[in-house]
Design a protein around this ligand. Structure first.
Ligand code: ADP
Ligand code: MG
Length: 746
């Protein structure tokens, strides 16, 4: 094993006066808390940003210009110079040469330590050569004490938490913390290199890995620490991924212990066909084979007495809504309630309109209806809706997160459908599950149309003792999640993919055009509108400035209105009152409005098949997946559609090469998965995870773009560990995740 390097107390760190130490310590304690470094294991996992090499003394004669060195030398002169500005100049020399130290800020105590005759250990960057070496503001201390055997860690820290304090805290934590192995023997991760010493090759244990990463031996190739390819790093990353997999598989198993209503297609009391067959009959199209396949996957889940947790993925326009409506039919058939939630009011309203159109006539024959719940609702309407929900008359409740607010009491909720699920926050999703559990527990289906044989598991009977109930959950996302992400962050979900677009869509042609040619683009808009088509114009996303977004959109709106006399040009942005937004959307949906200028509020969900051109200004400011989603708003009808990505050029007419390279991907492919893959490469997982990742970066060490082999290992090992080594698994999760595992499940 790599000999644990001896950690030498930093003798020369001057002991501060007692009272100061006390005040300082409590401040430092607070700073530790602030960094989330509460438990010993947290400190042990707080890894250095970089290292300083204090393990050797370099003779001055050997110090090269620009090199960071530690020297040991004696002060031969020390004076304060006032010109050109006040500074402390100190001459030092060792047996091989001399060097000048320069300090622009210093205290009397510094001068004392730097007095003539003092023997010092000095660390800094050497400038100049033999004829005049210099160090600006080097670190120094009285010489003496053993040289450390390991590199000195430099930690990420915060105000009030000095490095020496943090270093001592880490050393203390490392000496106390239990780092005994939690991997079953013979199950080591597949690290690409192994540590070798004396010709012996072996893997790093967790303790060895952490000891090494905090205090690496000076012979380490620093590049392998920087790029995290060192075997010690790989061990950590593997363990982290394993913790994530264990936690997710645990939550999946916990869910399997819960019960949910068994939902199967069934005829109505009066002998009418099952709802979902009736819906299929009234749809103006037939399902694609991908829609049929995922529909069957969902139906199979719903027919089990275990809560479904399924993510329905499908590119924009692939037709997820109708699949979710069909799933809802299965629940409503049996007299249960369904909820359909969308992240924005506009999207919720579109869903509502669609569900009303499809389902209201069918539900009316059964004495039931569709309810509508959003935040900005009038009190009277809201009260009426709440009553419908509570009585169970509302078979389907459509809305925003208002659907899960406190006052909402479901009579018997069996299925919750969440559209664009990644846009809901973690807290909202946790609240949702609690709310839903309350909803399902409320009562058996209306009229109990369920076939006999225990479709209501609360009755016990075949089910044995009464078990906790949860409704089924169907989450939908148009952001395709790359495989590695699906395997890690979403490992607790089952995933269905609609990998086929409805027929008759002409592929969208995407063009990259420099914004210097904006006039040509506006001319093209004129031609489209004149031909009776409709156009979206999406204004640039300006990070962290809604106000700027807005002024931009307003200006563009004015420009386009002027350039297109005789046509209606509308404006839509997130700060508009809801009623106004609705009015604008209605004008565009009905086809009266030719051009809709908007900030990114139209990103999700809107469905206007007659829209055939989308212009995105400052496309370089958007993520690829976001562009892809935006682009999916056109190409929904039969007409050939186009998406113009306007990119900003600088004065010399060029856009950053990487920016353009990135955008080119959009012109090259319409495949959302390919785009998502490239986005993951370029931007990391944040884009996909949304709130799932916010707050704590849940993977601190592993990188899904490079650590696939470790992820696969963890995925395979996790279920085996849960089966055969449950105590090890529990210890592993507690060590790595502490209280965070809830967030992984949200
Ligand atoms: P998304 O998956 O992006 O939510 P939608 O569910 O909004 O997509 O569907 C996009 C459009 O395609 C809608 O107008 C919808 O009615 C229509 N659609 C869905 N399925 C089919 C199909 N099988 N054939 C033709 N059109 C369909
Ligand atoms: Mg949708």
């Amino acid at each position: 094993m790599p000999a644990a390097p001896k950690i030498v107390p930093r003798a020369a760190a001057p002991a501060p006066a007692l009272s100061a130490a006390k005040g300082g310590a409590s401040m430092a304690q607070k700073a530790l808390q602030k960094l989330g470094l509460r438990r010993d294991i947290d400190l042990a996992l707080h890894l250095p940003l970089r290292y300083e090499d204090e393990t050797r003394i370099t003779p001055l004669a050997n110090a090269r210009d620009g090199q960071m060195v530690q020297i040991e030398a004696t002060v031969t002169a020390s004076e304060i110079q006032l010109r050109p500005r006040r500074q402390l100049l100190v001459q030092v020399e060792d047996d091989t040469g001399s060097c000048e130290l320069r300090f622009f800020s210093f205290y009397p105590s510094h001068q004392k330590t730097l007095a003539v005759g003092a023997r010092l250990r000095i660390r800094g960057e050497v400038k100049g050569g033999f004829w005049g070496r210099q160090m600006m503001h080097p670190a120094f201390r009285v010489a003496g004490g053993e040289l450390p055997a390991a590199l000195t860690p430099v930690y990420p820290t915060t105000a009030g938490l000095p490095q020496p304090y943090l270093r001592r805290a880490v050393v203390g934590a490392l000496s106390r913390v239990d780092l005994s192995d939690t991997l079953p023997s013979g199950c080591e991760p597949p690290v690409t290199q192994v540590y070798s010493q004396n010709g012996l090759q072996r893997l790093f244990s967790l303790r060895e890995a952490l000891t090494f990463l905090h205090h690496p031996t000076p012979d380490v190739a620093l590049s392998t620490l920087e790029d995290h390819s060192h075997p010690a790093w790989q061990r950590l990353k593997a363990e982290e991924l394993l913790a994530q997999q264990l936690s997710q598989q645990q939550s999946r198993r916990a869910r399997d212990m819960l019960r949910a209503p068994v939902l199967r297609a069934q005829k109505a009391a009066d002998g009418a066909l099952p709802l979902h067959e009736q819906l299929l009959a009234v749809l103006p199209f037939s399902l694609t084979s991908a829609q049929r396949r995922v529909g069957e996957e969902i139906a199979a889940d719903l027919a089990r007495a275990v809560p479904m947790h399924r993510l329905l993925q499908g590119d924009v326009g692939s037709g997820k809504t109708v699949v979710s409506a069909l799933a809802a039919c299965l629940a409503m058939d049996a007299g249960w309630q369904c909820a359909l939630m969308a992240p924005t009011e506009i999207l919720a309203e579109q869903h509502f309109a669609k569900m009303i159109g499809w389902l209201e006539p069918l539900l009316a024959a059964r004495g039931r209806r569709v309810a509508w719940l959003v935040g900005g609702q009038k009190k009277k309407e809201r009260t009426a809706m709440l009553a419908l929900v509570a009585s169970g008359e509302a078979a389907l409740v459509v809305g925003t997160h208002a659907v899960i607010q406190e006052q909402v009491q479901f009579k018997n909720l069996a299925l919750a459908i969440i559209d664009e699920q990644h846009r809901f926050g973690v807290a909202q999703r946790l609240a949702l599950r609690q709310k839903l559990a309350a909803g399902v527990a409320a009562g058996p289906p209306q009229g109990d149309a369920a076939p006999s044989g225990g479709s209501d598991p609360r009755s016990g009977g075949a089910w044995g003792p009464v078990v906790a109930m949860e409704p089924h959950m169907l989450m939908m996302s148009a952001t395709p999640i790359p495989r590695t992400l699906a395997m890690s962050y979403y490992a607790d979900l089952d995933v269905s993919v609609i990998d086929e677009l409805p027929p008759g869509r002409t592929p969208i042609v995407t063009k990259l055009i420099a914004d210097s040619r904006k006039d040509e683009v506006i001319a093209r808009i004129g031609a489209q509108v004149a031909a009776g088509r409709q156009v979206y114009w999406v204004c640039p996303l300006i990070e962290e400035s809604e106000a700027l977004d807005l002024s931009n959109a307003t200006a563009t709106h004015a420009d386009l209105s002027e350039a297109l006399p005789g046509y209606m040009v509308g404006l839509l942005h997130s700060r508009m009152p809801t009623a106004e937004k609705k009015a604008v959307m209605a004008l565009f949906t009905s086809g009266q409005m030719g051009v809709l200028v908007s900030t990114t509020v139209i990103e999700v969900g809107v469905d206007v098949p007659n829209a055939s051109l989308m212009v995105i200004e400052h496309a370089e400011r958007f993520g690829l997946s976001q562009l892809h989603q935006l682009r999916g708003r056109v190409g929904r009808g039969a007409a050939a559609s186009a998406c113009v990505l306007l990119y900003a050029t600088n004065d010399s007419g060029r856009v950053g090469e990487t920016a353009k390279e990135r955008l080119r991907a959009m012109a090259e492919t319409n495949d959302g998965f390919e785009i998502a893959r490239r986005d993951l490469e370029i931007r990391g997982p944040g884009e996909f995870l949304g709130a799932r990742q916010s707050g704590d970066a849940l993977l601190r060490f592993a990188d899904l773009a490079t650590d696939t082999h470790l992820l696969e290992w963890a995925r395979e090992l996790a279920p085996q560990m849960l089966d055969r080594h449950p105590e090890l698994a529990a210890r592993h999760v507690a060590r790595w995740l502490g209280g965070k595992s809830d967030y992984l499940k949200a």
